[in-house]
Write a protein that binds this ligand. Structure first.
Ligand SMILES: Nc1ncnc2c1ncn2[C@@H]1O[C@H](COP(=O)(O)OP(=O)(O)OP(=O)(O)O)[C@@H](O)[C@H]1O
Length: 255
């Protein structure tokens, strides 16, 4: 009889640190090795909380970072679980952040081998695969886009593991984001799993206790979610929507 996979009773974060292997970056050029934040001498990123939130402006490399760490942890760059090749790569972009896994090293305590890489753009192929082959109960595709996502999170993230999420809010209404926030809150409090999530959502980045890291051209820095441009922008909008929009349109005309 197959033995049940044993989990760990150690608290997360299990993946504690990633760093560049000595001399490895010097031999590489172009994307994804040219990410500005990677160029810092002795680049090292530590994870100190069960849930880590990665924020930053478009193009600063959040997806690249998540793909790299997910690949380093053994996940397919297109998303999914370990060993799943649910997405046809033949038409895919030829390079992704996963290439960075070749130059990075990871420090684990302990090494966790279960989990999921959640990518909004490949959810449907992954969900279709699960519906077809893994679980007759899954049936994610018969739900609306957002409902399917939340149901998927609820089902998957009950198990111990390391979960990577790239902009999960892209399919979720604000109310559904709150449902995801509750799932993340359980993980953050119980410390039985680890989540590394890139997001533009001010709701998701406000998860109590989560460490927020901002990708910038200068590097990756810890930030309070209230100090992020995203949060400040939404805050200004809700304080005075008409004035905010008028100002935004005026700025656009002037530029
Ligand atoms: N396959 C690729 N080949 C070349 N350059 C790429 C590739 N994918 C991304 N880039 C570039 O790398 C940079 C970082 O992209 P990335 O998608 O990681 O940013 P991001 O912070 O996730 O952006 P967004 O918030 O829009 O998702 C961008 O300048 C992008 O144009």
């Amino acid at each position: 009889m197959a033995s049940r996979k044993k989990g760990t009773s150690l608290p997360s974060p299990f993946l504690q640190c990633i760093s560049v292997m000595d001399g490895m970056l010097e031999e590489r050029s172009g994307y994804p090795f040219d990410m500005p934040w990677l160029q810092a001498p002795d680049f090292e990123l530590r994870f100190t909380t069960p849930v880590t939130v990665v924020v930053g402006e478009n193009g600063t490399g959040k997806s690249t970072l998540i793909e790299a760490i997910a690949a380093l942890s053994g996940y397919d760059e297109a998303g999914g679980g370990k060993g799943y090749r649910t997405v046809d790569h033949s038409n895919a972009i030829d390079v992704s952040g996963a290439g960075l896994a070749d130059v990075l090293r990871a420090a684990w305590l302990p090494k966790i081998t279960s989990g999921w890489f959640f990518k909004a753009e490949t959810f449907f192929s992954v969900a279709r695969y699960l519906d077809e082959v893994e679980s007759p109960m899954a049936d994610y595709l018969s739900w609306s886009h957002g409902e399917g996502f939340v149901r998927f999170f609820e089902e998957r993230m009950r198990r111990q593991g390391i979960y990577f999420m790239d902009e999960p809010e892209s399919a979720l209404s604000p109310k559904r984001q709150l449902e995801l926030l509750r799932i993340l809150d359980r993980i953050q409090k119980a410390a039985t799993s680890q989540v590394i999530m890139a997001t533009h959502s001010p709701i998701l980045m406000a998860l109590p206790g989560a460490r927020v890291l901002e990708t910038t051209r200068q590097g990756i820095f810890e930030i309070d979610y209230r100090d992020t441009e995203h949060f400040r922008l939404y805050q200004s909008f809700t304080v005075d929507p008409e004035d905010f929009i008028l100002e935004a349109l005026r700025t656009d005309e002037g530029s």
